[in-house]
Design a protein around this ligand. Structure first.
Ligand code: DQA
Length: 148
């Protein structure tokens, strides 16, 4: 029997379902479905099983995170959207499940409004990528492949 591929979850938070029509000058023209398909294909090429999730709800994101250890997830790539800057609960959930994670933002949050400069997730992240557009998710998967 062939061994299961290492499983990586890509989790997107609020308003990222609007990608493609949401402030395209900041977030680009690709839809979330386009990005997820690219990441799943990249995962196949890298020998990773990439599964993608999106929720507009803080509790929904927390429930997804809580289910990860039971699903044999090895690594999480997360763009928590605005919850990045507000949610101690999401940071606690990530700490609670104790899986390694990479924080991704399409835009360079440090070049934007001051309220985007702080992240509750960064302190315990393995790495943080911002400002690379959708390519940032792909760079995260490349890193995951090398590190597991
Ligand atoms: C974002 C940056 C956040 O500040 C913002 O609230 C988002 C998207 C990004 O990908 O650049 O929703 O996480």
């Amino acid at each position: 029997m062939s061994e299961a591929l290492p499983k990586v979850w890509v989790i997107n938070g609020p308003n990222l379902n609007l990608l493609g029509r949401r402030e395209p000058h900041i977030y680009g023209h690709q839809t979330l479905a386009d990005i997820e398909k690219t990441l799943e294909d990249q995962g196949t090429a890298l020998g990773l099983q990439v599964e993608c999730f999106q929720s507009n709800h803080e509790g929904g994101l927390i429930d997804i995170l809580h289910s990860a250890p039971g699903k044999a997830v090895r690594f999480i790539v997360i763009n928590a959207g605005a919850y990045t800057h507000t949610s101690i609960a999401l940071a606690d959930a990530l700490a609670g499940i104790a899986l390694p994670y990479i924080e991704v933002h399409l835009s360079n949050v440090h070049a934007r409004e001051p309220f985007r400069h702080h992240s509750y997730l960064s302190a315990k992240a393995q790495a943080v990528l911002c400002g690379f557009g959708s390519a940032g998710y792909g760079y995260a998967l490349d890193f995951v492949r090398k590190s597991i």
